[in-house]
Design a protein around this ligand. Sequence first.
Ligand code: ZN
Length: 416
Amino acid sequence: MKRKVNTKNVIIIVFIIVGLILTLILVNKKNFIKKDNSNQNEQKEVIENFKNFEIKKVQDYSEKHHLELNIVYEFSDDIEKDFVISSNLEGKKLSVIVSKGSIPLTTYQELKVNELGKVPIMMYHGIREKTSNSTGTIGGNVDKDGYNRTPDAFREDLEFYYQNNYRMVRLIDYANDLIETELGKSPLILTFDDGNADNFKVIGKNADGSLKFDPDSAIGILEEFKKKYPDFKVTATFFLTGALCNQPDYNQEIMKWLVANGYDIGNHTKNHLDIKTASSSRVQQEIVYVYQQLDEIIPNKYVPIIALPFGSPYSKSHSNYKYVLKSTDQNKTYETEVALRVGWEPEVSPFDKTFDRTYLKRCRAYDNNGQEFDIKMVFKMLEKTRYISDGEKDFITIPKDLETRLKEIDKKIITY
Ligand SMILES: [Zn+2]
């Protein structure tokens, strides 16, 4: 017997199936919405509770919810190490402050942290080999006065600084209270006067078109140490005259390379002027000439710092000194923030009351059998007086007995 298909039944079954499918879709959709809502609720709930959360949990949460997590570590006496002190969520950006534990006073004591200690600003000129005229010189000095050093002596100097836990900082950063030397290390500043060609001697181009420097030039050696000791924070400030880098074919390229590679360029007057004997208008002309050159070639990338040629004038009360800092001629405006003289001993900390960035002393980088403030003597003096960093840029850490020497400053002071 043939079974008769009942059209009515088929229609009913189709309706039921379609109905079921629609219901399933709706229920699922509802569930999705519910899930989303629950996520939002969960987010809100946790945000308020991030305080006292272990950072690991916050990291997991951020990953799960595709949040951009920004962590800042701070010392805290109340919140345990690696737990959140406070948090802030804006859109998909979550910022948390995490505890590093209590301030490590015993560590500071052990490392003799002292941010009121002294900082050596080393003065170099040429880096070159000795010549037949280099008679009667001592150690790595190329000339009798020790202004120029051999490449090997310069390498030894750098190795000595590094091994004695000195790390480089930019002169302009030191002058502006921005020392970021790591915990237990001491800041050191390098300067080169006169723009001698042997500071950055170009010997051709690399395959990629970039400048190729003589490996025995100051830059060649500094770059060698940059690779050898990345934590040395290699940098230096070069003070140029009107002859710039003394390589007419490459001057501009070298200057651009320097500022793009972590070095600084400052002013040494157009003709290496003796400021104490020149007329006031000549002083301004000579200074503004170099600033204008820097403005043209590396606009906004140079530092407003002058290294005084011959270290002159020898006193800030000299009538020409004010023109070092500012011009009076409206057509020759400039403002110098920092001035360097030729000194003999390390400078005070920028946090010291007596710190004067418009007249900073430098140490001559030369050999003299450990006498007359040569490198050996200066660093021996520094053994007991050196600046030793706490590794925190927002704190100043000093031994208690030095507190009266501290200038007024907007940083947290820690004494021990
Ligand atoms: Zn000079």
